[in-house]
Design a protein around this ligand. Structure first.
Ligand SMILES: Cc1cc2nc3c(=O)[nH]c(=O)nc-3n(C[C@H](O)[C@H](O)[C@H](O)COP(=O)(O)O)c2cc1C
Ligand code: SF4
Length: 649
């Protein structure tokens, strides 16, 4: 498991929650847990709730962590990732001006660091060596230098951020002086201890090192190291690294590129979220071991389940970043997981033993209803799901349709399996009325009937060419050549991409046509990736994509930009005419969009709780709302509440 800053440390100290998190992953079968990043010095501190390894006072808690992990499983290894943010640190967090090889403005921290003096260099190198000694003393089995993602080590090696004119800058040899000296210093301090190096296989940043230079860099560093752990990019990289639209295993070529140039073990990383893919990568000789980060947040027992061949039982990480990465970028928020309500809260979410078996009626098979059914079913209750549709999934059936959001479908696949596994009774095509509930006579009802769209009261909203956004995804609304979307939240932004590309050729067609040279690759590429249809999004607020997490928002907005989607913010829509939309712009001036084919509204949802009051009046039947029916929620919130309710009944 690669390093994941969980934001669970307290003032740098390892906490019980952090230990519980790793003990669970040790029990789950991971080979090595890389813990951290652990900052080696105040100048390197990234966020307030990171683990510190900067002085001896942190050792006792680190010992507790290493001991607990080793006790959880004999053959597990634990490694401390040694971290220094350099120019990526924030003055408000470290209480001083950040330091870096050169005073080059950082887009990530929005700060210009101070150029490190030779004294700074020696001090930070010593901090790394001292940190490694502490890790060894604490009973860790290895250390890994965090030299990826645009942090201090990368800043020294990159010609973009290192413009020094002394012996630490200029030629590649000079730029490698800081890492090589530091590794040698660590080595002389810990002797035969394992030292790994996390490297970006390509910086994906203009004027920095590409995969070509990385192969040379890795080769030069390899003689001092025990393994490479290959990831990709920096935080400011414009090529997405972890979002849902990154194809699984996409970056394994970066590990292979380094493996081809070194003779020490190489670990592959990023979006390798299922054991079969991991096995393929190993069989293809692209890497010697596989790092799974978020997949083990979502399911700590993935390795164990893979070993037993229980692949369908794995709670798949869908790359949404909503619980994990997005929390970290809120600086102080601990991680969580959209899929796994237990992640980072292991002790308080243990499954409770069943006191009395109940007959549970769950109305609605969306994510909330399904999760409550899974948990209650797992605990041994008699669970019945009633769904008005002919399939389970509810809103998930819509959410997974937009390009790059397909991973949500895996949630439906998972729940289909668990319905069978836990003997949950599934009743499809069932419109539930109060009489049916009385007749069924459950002990408990979980009402998970979701939400309904809010139709804005705009003149012309009932015209024939006006549709609810989700009707496009479900195939119930047509797509025009010139489209207007009212509402630029998450749904509006995703719909914009979908509409702009609607009618493009598929990847398979692109592959086929270019393989047979039937079409020039540039023409085929345009037909695959270009924007075909005009889209204008009108948003009332000054900002777009309000419900989208930080790690996903920029990816979607960049895509919209490339597809020529036009966004107008701080506007009020006045009227929808036969082929126009009129609105007041940010300066209160009346404007008009003409020659419109279709208009879609993505203006939020409201609870669909019509049955609630009636059920509440029934004697002997307890009713609880789950998901959007309570108040419009994210899938994460719905799943977490459902877990709690399924576990408390
Ligand atoms: C919440 C979170 C925190 C992370 N913190 C670190 C870190 O401190 N050091 C590091 O090298 N990578 C860090 N990463 C990156 C992961 O190690 C990993 O490369 C990334 O999640 C992609 O792999 P995955 O798809 O298996 O999760 C972090 C990722 C997440 C989601
Ligand atoms: S929040 Fe999403 S991306 Fe993060 S671990 Fe959970 S499923 Fe994976």
């Amino acid at each position: 498991m690669p390093a994941l800053n969980l934001n669970l440390a307290y003032e740098g100290f390892v906490t019980k929650k952090l230990i519980d998190f790793y003990v669970e992953r040790a029990k789950g079968g991971a080979g090595m847990l890389i813990v951290g990043g652990c900052y080696v010095d105040i100048y390197g501190k990234g966020v307030p709730s990171m683990i510190s390894i900067e002085s001896d006072e942190y050792i006792p808690k680190l010992i507790e962590l290493a001991d607990a992990v080793h006790k959880a499983r004999d053959d597990i290894k634990i490694c401390a990732q040694l971290y220094h943010g350099g120019a990526y640190t924030f003055p408000q967090i470290i209480g001083r001006t950040p330091i870096a090889p050169s005073a080059v403005y950082s887009k990530f921290s929005k700060t210009t660091p101070r150029e490190m003096t030779l004294e700074d260099i020696k001090r930070e190198q010593q901090a790394f060596a001292d940190a490694a000694v502490r890790a060894k003393e604490a009973g860790f089995d290895a250390v890994e230098i965090c030299a990826n993602a645009g942090y201090l080590f990368t800043q020294f090696v990159s010609p973009k951020t290192n413009i020094r004119t002394d012996e630490y800058g200029g030629s590649l040899e000079n730029r490698l002086r800081f890492p090589i000296e530091t590794i040698k210093l660590i080595r002389s301090s810990v002797n035969d201890f394992i030292i790994g190096y996390r490297i970006s296989g390509d910086d994906f940043v203009p004027k920095s090192n590409t995969y070509k230079e990385k192969a040379i860099i890795a080769e030069k560093l390899s003689k001092y190291l025990d393994y490479f752990n290959v990831t990709g990019g920096w935080h400011e990289t414009k090529t997405p690294q972890t979002t849902m639209d990154v194809p699984e295993g996409c970056y394994t070529y970066l590990a292979e590129n380094i493996k081809n140039n070194v003779s020490i073990p190489v670990l592959a990383s990023n979006r390798i979220n299922n054991p079969e893919l991991a096995e393929h990568i190993l069989m293809a000789g692209k890497a010697d071991a596989i790092c799974m980060g978020r997949p083990l947040i979502a399911d700590p027992f993935l390795p164990m389940k893979a070993k037993k061949g229980e692949l369908r039982d794995i709670m798949v990480c869908i790359g949404c970043n909503q619980g994990c990465f997005d929390s970290i970028f809120k600086i102080v928020q601990p991680i969580s997981c959209l899929r796994n309500a237990r992640a980072a809260n292991e002790a308080r979410t243990e499954l409770k033993p069943l006191k009395e078996k109940k007959k549970i009626m769950i109305i609605g098979a969306g994510p909330g209803g399904l999760e409550a059914a899974r948990v209650a079913g797992m605990r041994g209750h008699e669970v019945h799901i009633f769904e008005k549709d002919d399939k389970i999934g509810g809103l998930l059936n819509i959410i997974w349709i937009p390009p790059g959001r397909n991973e949500f479908k895996k949630m439906i696949d998972n729940y289909s399996y668990w319905i069978q596994k836990y003997g949950i009774h599934l009743h499809l095509d069932q419109e539930i009325t109060i009489d049916k509930i009385k007749e069924f006579n459950p002990d408990v009802v979980f009402l998970a009937t979701g939400s309904k769209p809010i139709k804005p009261s705009i003149p012309g909203i009932d015209r024939e060419n006006v549709f609810w956004a989700n009707d496009v995804f479900s195939g119930d609304a047509p797509v025009g050549k010139n489209n207007v979307i009212i509402g630029g939240g998450a749904t509006g932004v995703e719909l914009a991409i979908y509409l702009a590309k609607y009618g493009n050729i598929s990847l398979e067609t692109f592959d086929f046509l270019t393989f047979y040279k039937a079409l020039e690759p540039e023409v085929a590429l345009k037909m695959l990736q270009g924007g075909r249809n005009k889209v204008t999004v009108l948003e009332q607020l000054p900002k777009l994509g309000s419900a989208l997490g930080k790690t996903t928002k920029w990816v979607l907005l960049d895509k919209c930009d490339a597809l020529g989607v036009k966004f107008l913010t701080s506007v009020i829509v006045k009227e929808i005419g036969e082929n126009y939309v009129s609105y007041l712009d940010a300066k209160d001036k009346e404007q008009m969009i003409n020659d419109i084919d279709m208009v879609y509204y993505a203006t939020g949802v409201e609870p669909n709780d019509d049955l609630f009051k009636e059920i509440k009046q029934l004697e002997n039947i307890k009713v609880t709302k789950i998901g959007d029916v309570r108040e419009p929620q994210t899938v994460l919130e719905a799943v977490h509440r459902a877990y709690k309710i399924g576990n408390s009944i």
